[in-house]
Write a protein that binds this ligand. Sequence first.
Ligand SMILES: *Cc1c(COP(=O)(O)O)cnc(C)c1O
Length: 384
Amino acid sequence: MTKSKGINTICTHTGELEDKEYKGAISPLYMSTSYAFEDVETKRYPRYFNTPNQVALTKKMAALEHGEDALIFGSGMAAVSTALMAFLKAGDHVVFQDSLYGGTSNLVTEEFDKFGIEYSFAEDAKPNSLKKEIRDNTKVIYIETPSNPLLKITDINAVAKIAREHGLVSMIDNTFASPVNQNPIDFGIDVVIHSATKYMGGHSDILAGTVISTKSNIERIFNMAKNFGGNLSDYTVWLLERSLKTMGLRVRAQNDNALKLAEFLNGLDAVSKVYYPGLKDHPDHELAKQQMKGFGGMLSFELKESLNASDFMKALELIKPSMSLAGVESTILLPSETSHGLLSPDEREKQGIKDNLMRFSVGIEETEDLMDDISQALQKLLKK
Ligand SMILES: *Cc1c(COP(=O)(O)O)cnc(C)c1O
């Protein structure tokens, strides 16, 4: 076997298409929706997920996540929904951990009843809590780690083991970690899902998703995907390949910035709590060290009671309010008013999401400048 390449080499080169005619440095873009008929097996068509640019990018995705094959989708939710539906039918049951991405919870609670698919949400993300929910008709177990917005860590290895013991397909939403920081297939997970809108795209200008697994699982997901029609346009596939070339560099810079900012915030009198798996006092720090190569670019924090989080966010100059995350630019939001605004105050309380909790997506700006921005915003608040 040849030695597998390091992350930045995979990001830059794996799967690239050769420009045979002009010897250009980057993959040529093929926008055709119509190709000459070769044979029944290789009918090329964008919705069959088999155009040259799609196939090239799946090779990079598979290499990044140590899988055999991959599919590229038009959004993270197209990837989540198609992967789940490919392994579930009426009468089946699926177990989810708590605190999932909001779009995923909506998919389950708004759509699954219509298809006769049963589901349970475990009371937390602990392996034993997930195990307790398994029934005779359970087919899939689904986790997401680190979680949004409290950065709780699920034990990937333990969940994969439970899935194997019960003959279930294990799935993970690996978006928050990115393939740079966490490779769940190495811990025995069957299906890895990403919203490529986040760290993979990285510049807040691409909406996409991907699923990585074994050849046979990907074939099963493809058989449903071609009917649901959630492929990504080839132009955006090509842009995503370009974005991925710098993912390793970007995410490592974001890891470094986030750790320094978490420590900085932790040391401020105005800040009452910081949630970041890279901090030694994070309850899941040891687990994070076992399964992550870096702790990621996402952190959350609370100001002390006397300070108003909305006023603080308005006083920031460099760090911008934003609903999405994982771009090269630092952004911040209040989950209680945005991503988790539809939950009742009781439900938020139960999940541990305080009204003044801020979720901070750390970018690649100079660390000093981000610290200065936080300091000047706090100064303004204290003067009020
Ligand atoms: C954004 C996100 C999704 C959904 O992705 P879209 O590209 O918006 O469809 C799924 N999971 C997580 C963790 C996300 O952050």
